[in-house]
Write a new protein. Structure first.
Lengths: 110, 118
């Protein structure tokens, strides 16, 4: 089976930087996604990595190391509205669906 | 309607009842996915359609679960003889394979149907 691990909960302060880690062990790899999900709402796309390295998009950055089976999502200048669950998802070779981790619930405090 | 829509948003069923959950994908999206999300967990794959063809149903937990997409657009997920363990949020997602832009054929999710089986 596919195994995707991320911390269950994190807390960070408004204005700070937080890094959410994700490790994966999958049968093949064809891309890693980060989604944001506010309570009771649809997951929304944040980032996509398929090659090693850092992808930066405004306050959000995502990093991938395929050899280590590791990714992180970096959120800068945290705002209260960033309180949400962050889902790490992997697409494996030969499949179209995504395999998700349990999600990391981030709470931003004043 | 620019996004994926799902109905109903909430469904309460008595154990043993049949339910039908509807998904309207983004117009023109070829691929459609159903996921099940238990409380505090990430979504788990149920089934995948490409147009009207159901190409993967390996995630359906039992033969009580059935999905269809007869005309390649709207999809329905049906659960027969519901059980308490079926209580979850059912998410639908759609995508357009081959769309360029470095977003990896991202999947666009609907808001989900929260099913509660009493």
């Amino acid at each position: 089976g596919q195994n995707i691990d991320q911390p269950t909960e994190m807390t960070a302060t408004e204005g700070a930087i937080v890094q959410i880690n994700c490790t994966y062990q999958t049968s093949g790899f064809n891309g890693l996604f980060w989604y944001q999900q506010h309570a009771g709402e649809a997951p929304t796309f944040l980032s996509y990595n398929v090659l090693d390295g850092l992808e930066e998009k405004g306050r959000f950055s995502s990093f991938l190391s395929r050899s280590k089976g590791y990714s992180y999502l970096l959120l800068k200048e945290l705002q209260m509205k960033d309180s949400a669950s962050y889902l790490c998802a992997v697409r494996v070779a030969g499949a179209n669906n995504l395999f998700f981790g349990t999600g990391t619930r981030l709470t931003v405090i004043p | 309607g620019a996004g994926v829509s799902q109905s109903p948003r909430y469904k309460v069923a008595k154990r043993g009842q049949d339910v039908a959950l509807r998904c309207d994908p983004i117009s023109g999206h070829v691929s459609l996915f159903w996921y099940q999300q238990a409380l505090g967990q990430g979504p788990e794959f149920l089934t995948y359609f490409q147009n009207e063809a159901q190409l993967d149903k390996s995630g359906l937990p039992s033969d009580r679960f059935f999905a269809e997409r007869p005309e390649g657009s709207v999809s329905t997920l049906k659960i027969q003889r519901t059980q308490q363990e079926d209580s979850a949020v059912y998410l639908c997602a759609s995508s357009f394979p081959g769309l360029a832009g470095g977003r990896g054929n991202e999947q666009f999710f609907g808001p989900g149907t929260r099913l509660t089986v009493l």
